[in-house]
Design a protein around this ligand. Structure first.
Ligand SMILES: Nc1nc2c(ncn2[C@@H]2O[C@H](COP(=O)(O)OP(=O)(O)OP(=O)(O)O)[C@@H](O)[C@H]2O)c(=O)[nH]1
Ligand SMILES: [Mg+2]
Length: 404
């Protein structure tokens, strides 16, 4: 059997928190009565549930506050990119407009008209905007928050949803101050802006609100990361994982977070790929469902913003060709994923860390992933692919950052 004790240590970081206690018990008991064949349909159902989980994020705020720009930033797009929300237009949309994430079709950002541009009360506004379908609301302001914003927040809370206050364009404020005064204490000025927003909201009836100061053009600065962390942390586990996979990449930490989420799925995918019905792979001593492995690798690549469309946008933004970008981290994983790539991964096992199973929760996993088993090979292929893709993502994004 694969070393269960070292696996157990690592298991906590791979907690299958996607499972309720009831589901956990069911999977374990199904293994005892019917073995892996009984477990596979349950895992398949769980993977489908993860794939099909919807996330709907509503963004509201006054005209010109920066809603559309924020949505584009969340989708890793700039206003000139295909499919981006129109920015800086004088016309304000009066209806919620949904923008789908470039690679995760179940993640949508909704551009809502600001309540101030309608004649609705907070409650009729929310009804009109179909508030029920949103997981949470982001209220964007480019200046002070208004009484309208506060009333809206109170109503959102009353209806059982979360809201977050985002003060946008902080880069522009700081830029103007620098122009005006030369050197100054940036942190102190940000604190002033923050407390002005807080006091405004306090007066309008929201005690101790948290306000995030952001620039949609500088995601690696100010409160953008903290906002992303808070939004993720406040979501239930499965939705949090989807939110993390949908994040744009603006730091290596995001790449690592995405990697953790994807690692949490690998053991399930390996059990699905390594089961009965697998096709023998020429040159290897195992039979595997290659389609599952290829599909998973393509999914990892998309989540790490390494699909062709994302790389092409990144290259274009930096005035480089895609070949130049790819040369930063050349790899077969950036091309078509074929059986040959899987075989190449099988042979590139050296350096794969010890199998970290989820045996604390599913003791049978330690048994299935015994040395030499097909499941273990599938696990290692996916683990290796993910590790390599995370490295590539870091290099490609570093290159793009430096190549301005
Ligand atoms: N400097 C800076 N400018 C921003 C930021 N966010 C938005 N802008 C600019 O602000 C202007 C308005 O942005 P939009 O995203 O169109 O604002 P909106 O809230 O969608 O506006 P409406 O759709 O008209 O309600 C544009 O010129 C953006 O480039 C930001 O974080 N920093
Ligand atoms: Mg807009």
């Amino acid at each position: 059997m694969e070393n269960a004790s070292s696996s157990q240590q690592a298991a906590l970081s791979e907690t299958p928190s996607y499972f309720t206690q009831e589901e956990l018990n069911k999977v374990n008991s199904e293994f005892e009565t019917g073995g892996v064949e009984n477990v596979q349909p349950l895992l398949e159902k769980k993977v489908k549930e993860l794939d099909n989980t919807e996330l709907n994020i509503a963004v509201t705020g006054d005209t010109g506050a920066g809603k559309s720009t924020f949505i584009n930033a969340m989708r890793g797009l700039r206003s000139e990119d295909e499919g981006a929300a129109a920015v800086g237009t004088t016309e304000t949309t009066m209806e919620p407009t949904g923008y789908t994430h470039p690679t995760l079709p179940n993640v949508r950002y909704w551009d809502l008209p600001g309540i101030g541009s309608t004649r609705f009360t907070a409650s009729s506004y929310l009804k009109e905007m179909q508030f029920k379908k949103y997981d949470f609301f982001i209220i964007v302001s480019a200046g002070r928050f208004t009484e309208n914003d506060a009333n809206l927040a109170k109503e959102i809370k009353r209806l059982g949803k979360e809201f977050y206050f985002v003060r946008s364009k902080i880069d522009a404020d700081l830029y103007s101050m620098r122009k005006e005064r030369g050197e100054f204490d940036e942190d102190a000025e940000m604190e002033k802006i923050r407390s002005a927003c807080v006091s405004q909201l306090g007066k309008a009836g929201i005690p101790d609100p948290t306000v995030f100061l952001i620039s949609s053009f500088k995601k690696n600065m100010y409160d953008f990361s903290r906002l992303m962390k808070t939004l993720g942390d406040d979501l239930p586990n499965i939705k949090e994982s989807v939110f993390i996979l949908a994040l744009p990449i603006f730091s290596n930490e995001i790449i690592h977070k995405k990697g953790e989420v994807l690692k949490g799925r690998i053991w399930m995918l390996a059990i699905l790929a390594g089961g009965a019905g697998g096709i023998p792979i020429t040159g290897l001593s195992i039979a595997c469902n290659i389609g599952i492995l290829i599909g998973a690798i393509i999914f990892f690549r998309e989540c790490l913003c390494l699909d062709d469309a994302a790389r092409s946008r990144l290259a274009e933004r930096k005035g480089k060709s895609m070949e130049e970008l790819d040369a930063a981290a050349p790899s077969p994983l950036l091309g078509k994923i074929t059986v040959d790539v899987i075989i190449w991964l099988c042979k590139a096992f050296v350096g794969v860390s010890a199998f970290a199973a989820v045996v604390c929760y599913f003791p049978f996993v330690g048994y299935l992933f015994a040395a030499g088993s097909t499941f273990l090979v599938a696990y290692k292929v996916l683990n290796k692919a993910l590790t390599l893709l995370m490295e590539i993502s870091e290099k490609v994004h570093d290159f793009a950052k430096g190549a301005a």
